[in-house]
Ligand binder design. Structure first.
Ligand SMILES: [Mn+2]
Length: 256
């Protein structure tokens, strides 16, 4: 039995299909996407539909939410309650409307069921899209725990979708573009206290990036890197293997 973690796809549908073929999936494989299935790339609706289809073919498919799934979810919420805000979001980011209009209600239900995080206790693995700040005192055991929190606490927790750099002394998250030269990338200072973290969000064009207690598997598919699957065999969990597909650049390198 394998645990397979797939990095940020960002609409690279052909490459996703090639990767899934290459993985030669077995019925007992557990497949986890680290988020950011959509935006930036050529066929985001196709990717959502393919992953949803996969979740009907395979028993164990998990989608962990990325910041792009989160933004689309907020957009859909506004479409229901606050058309003006939705229009304003779509004006700034036309993909919100373009992609949403090509999704079925089943596709949307699938996206709405995305998880904040995923644990694989057997291998002491925690999957999040972004990262863990140094000032985070504890990590919830279940999604239900998060749902029971106040909206302020949930908002703070949701930083795991976007964390990159942390404050050099305080360890708190630093907003994109506000980092000082001595503010470390979170995974460089993460001590492993919540498990080994597998994450996306930060593109590593040179390939999978191994940190002492974390592994970054967004290898910049949409930016001309590769689309990566990190594969843990139950028989040899100490040595995960990388399966990847080369991609030609579709978008200019841009962090968000
Ligand atoms: Mn991201």
């Amino acid at each position: 039995m394998r645990h397979i973690f797939i990095g940020d796809v960002h609409g690279m549908c052909n490459e996703l299909n090639t990767l899934l073929d290459k993985l030669n999936l077995q019925s007992d494989d557990h497949i986890v996407f680290v988020g950011d299935l959509l935006d930036k790339g050529p066929d985001s609706p196709g990717v959502v539909k393919r992953v949803r289809q996969l979740s009907t073919e395979q028993s164990h498919v998990t989608l962990v939410s990325g910041n792009h799934e989160d933004t689309h979810q907020r957009y859909r919420g506004h479409l229901q309650k606050n058309q003006k805000t939705a229009d304003e979001m779509a004006r700034r980011k036309p993909e919100l409307l373009d992609i949403t209009s090509e999704l079925s209600s089943d596709d949307i239900a699938f996206l709405n069921a995305a998880k904040w995080f995923h644990r694989v206790p057997k291998h002491n693995i925690l999957v999040v899209h972004g990262g863990i700040t140094k000032d985070m005192p504890s990590f919830p055991n279940t999604e239900a725990e998060v749902e029971s929190w106040s909206s302020k606490e949930r908002k703070r927790f949701k930083l795991i979708l976007r964390t990159r750099h942390v404050h050099a002394t305080k360890g708190s998250v630093v907003g994109l573009g506000d980092e000082k030269p001595n503010d470390p990338f979170w995974a460089d200072v993460y001590d492993g206290r919540f498990g080994h973290v597998i994450f996306g969000h930060q593109p590593f064009l040179e390939g999978v990036k191994f940190f002492p207690h974390a592994t970054g598997i967004d290898t910049g598919a949409v930016f001309g890197g590769t689309l990566t699957a990190l594969v843990y065999e139950s028989s040899n969990p100490q040595n995960p293997t990388v399966v990847n597909v080369p991609c030609s650049a579709f978008a200019e390198m841009h962090y968000d």
